[in-house]
Design a protein around this ligand. Sequence first.
Ligand SMILES: Cc1ncc(COP(=O)(O)O)c(C=O)c1O
Ligand SMILES: N[C@@H](CCCC[NH3+])C(=O)O
Length: 432
Amino acid sequence: MKLHGSMYVKEDTLHIGGVSCVELSKKYSTPLYVLDEKLVRENCREYIKHFKVNENNNKVAYAGKAFLPLYMCKIISEENLYLDVVSGGELYTANKAKFPMERILFHGNNKTLDEIKMGIELGVGIFVVDNLYELELIEKICKEKNKVQKIYFRITPGIEAHTHDYIKTGQVDSKFGFGLINKELYNAIEKLYRYKNVELVGLHAHIGSQIFDVKAYMEEVEVMMKLVKEIQEKYNIYLKEIDLGGGIGVYYTKEDNPKPIKEFCEAIIKMAQKVCERIGINLPKLVIEPGRSIVANAGSTLYTIGSIKDIKDVRTYVSIDGGMTDNIRPSLYHARYECSIVNKMNDKELNKVTVAGKCCESGDILITNTKIMDIKSDDILITTSTGAYGYSMASNYNKIPKPAVVSVMNGKDILICKRQSYEDMINLELNF
Ligand SMILES: Cc1ncc(COP(=O)(O)O)c(C=O)c1O
Ligand SMILES: N[C@@H](CCCC[NH3+])C(=O)O
């Protein structure tokens, strides 16, 4: 198992942020999400530095969908990132955390009327407008409130990124954004002649998630910059900001070979400069929206092993006290993870097992056929790289409560999300 960020082994025991995982499991019980705060902050700083936020006024917006408790909003705000939200709930969270509203980018392919009103009332910086329906609503509400809302148009660039079908978004056949082939984008721009309460400042596209190949971004940059030029020539509108979305891939297992944040940022900036020079336009401000690459490797999950079922010559199932409710990604995308036993880190991994969740679903398998040390019930198993889309996609299936989240740094642990109780789960239900 690869050790990420501030993980280290001391006397056979895994520590994160200077805190023993054995102690964490005793203090907070399991399943438990553990956040390596130092690594989150380091990743934010890498983006700020190498995406030239201070030199070129570029923007890095953390994609909140990856993981957005109040505490994460605080980190993101302190690290001077912008924040991408996709729902009223995420916006509400950011506002509760006192995240500066002018640094919010509000996404979503079907923002409801209430969400649009909420965004305008709170004063979010940018609405990333996905369709004409939304554009009309924003204009109407802003007119009533005598406000002008800055917007980007989200476009579908028609790019096939090499990733899982469920997490591709840039291809022509996508529910997101204005298409280019049928002039949808131009129809939207032409509406702006009549709409006085929206100001178009940029374009946005997002080609997918968990992408390793920078070539896909090269194509995207090319499409976007050519659009900037076309819009300038055709409508005399100069777009100041180009948002290339998120999607940068991370390490989950040895099969993944991601580029460091530095290389990735440098490649994008260089590509953008080159294209702009070639086609003869000024380089707009660049925006990116990383989610996974900020928080995935900074998160781990601790579980207690329960039953172990050895089917001779077939398979050994090791069941843990969580599963698809706290990490849906293996069932949903066949995502792969690494694991280990936190108090036996130096033992040889001589056994082949399958780590199963506790849900009433045969598909609730976290890791199929992984090598592991000798194990027994009550051992604490860790899966790494669960920081993105773990807690944020957790469910209460089988009425399993959501685990707690603890942040660790410099030898200290703080509880940032309480464990749900059975009572919390039935709180919204009426008792007849
Ligand atoms: C519009 C948008 N921006 C940013 C992201 C973040 O992507 P990732 O977590 O892969 O960086 C997503 C998710 O795929 C997205 O849909
Ligand atoms: N939730 C997905 C990524 C989709 C991101 C949102 N567009 C994952 O776990 O990989």
